[in-house]
Design a protein. Structure first.
Lengths: 205, 205
DNA sequence: CGGCTGAAGAATTTATAAATCATTCAAACG
DNA sequence: CGTTTGAATGATTTATAAATTCTTCAGCCG
């Protein structure tokens, strides 16, 4: 790690500490700078804006989550079990993270508004994992042949959106969310099963 | 219609006009009272609060929508087509309603926060229609036998939540929403098709 | 006496001035 | 010359007082 990266990391850690403790909007650039023993202006040589620091934090969080995703996906279990583990892991992790640190929700909300592409990119990355499970499932012979696994993954994400930021979308308790997630996944997986057939229609709706 | 109901309706209409034109929070009880040629205090003999007027408005809107739902459900079309029509109708209707009258979103948002039961009740009502279509589809022989159609309907609602208040949940354009709705519905309906099988698992997640 | 008003109170919103903040950049520094 | 600073700037937030607003209810009509 060179000097530049080192300073960047130091800023990121100092900011993360404050964002988590006091919240994003209650943290000032001067405070972060003071923690790093530099001037506020100097931070801008490493990050284009305060929002970019938050985005970098979120990116780091996502990359850590990707490690878990990768582990879950590469297990030698049936595809169906891996799907369940994947989405339940995601629900439990974000739910408890937000419950323990309400400040995370603030950052998520701000990014959702100010950096919508950020979430799209994360979803696209996640789809790589989903496609892998889908293809494994097809090879296993439990999932029917899919025309376009990536699109199918996209639709699974759309159907499971409300479990992604549980507290933002629904204010349901974890129990209820688990119950719904299980039910929706059962339906989706039934739809992927060999023997299932998509409706044939000319959608003149 | 007796005197009481008549006054109630007059208040409701006057309030609705103002809520739609100026928004809920920018409308005062005195203004509504003036429109009805009565004192603000007198409104409280007909509605317990300003919020209750908004709820009554939304209830009326839902009942009107129920008429369309009932029409769609009772058509002599295949169950699958009716499902598509049902949910596409719902998407188009709320999307354009909110687009044309942004004030509706304000009311929806306030009710979501202050009267969560209101939405639950509406969802429960909607499920009656969904269960009907499900049972028809089973009779038709296109849907597999379901253990508990009401729960299945609940799961469909959970999976299609993001299409319910499109602008609040996602800021996607109507095109993209239609595309996703079609995809998710195809998957769900495939999961209901005869031949589809729910995963057997012991969910030790 | 039932129906209505308008004054009164508590809560919320608005208005506005002061303070703080994110960000930029010329100049100082090493 | 590349780094860093700190003052300058425009935007945002905070603080606070004034004004509105929702809601209640004692008392006034008809």
């Amino acid at each position: 790690m060179n000097e530049q990266d080192c300073t960047r990391t130091k800023i990121l850690e100092a900011a993360a500490d404050r964002f988590m403790h006091y919240g994003y909007s209650k943290t000032t650039m001067s405070e972060v700078a003071r923690d790093c023993e530099m001037s506020a202006g100097n931070i801008y040589r490493f990050f284009a804006s305060k929002l970019d620091i938050a985005e970098a934090m979120a990116t780091k969080f996502n990359h850590e989550q990707d490690i878990d995703y990768r582990r879950i996906v590469s297990q030698s279990k049936p595809a169906i079990d891996r799907f369940f583990e994947f989405f339940f892991f995601s629900l439990e992790k974000t739910y408890t993270a937000i419950e323990e640190e309400a400040k995370i929700l603030e950052i998520a909300e701000i990014l959702r508004l100010e950096r919508p592409e950020f979430f799209n990119e994360h979803l696209a990355q996640e789809r790589v994992f989903l496609v892998k499970i889908l293809e494994d499932g097809i090879a296993e012979g439990v999932f029917r042949k899919l025309e376009d696994p990536n699109t199918t993954a996209e639709m699974m994400q759309a159907a499971l959106m409300k479990f992604r930021f549980p507290q933002a979308y629904s204010q349901l308790k974890l129990d209820k969310l688990r119950y719904e997630l299980e039910g929706v996944m059962r339906l989706l997986l039934a739809g992927l099963s060999v023997g299932a057939r998509e409706p044939a229609l000319e959608l003149a709706v």
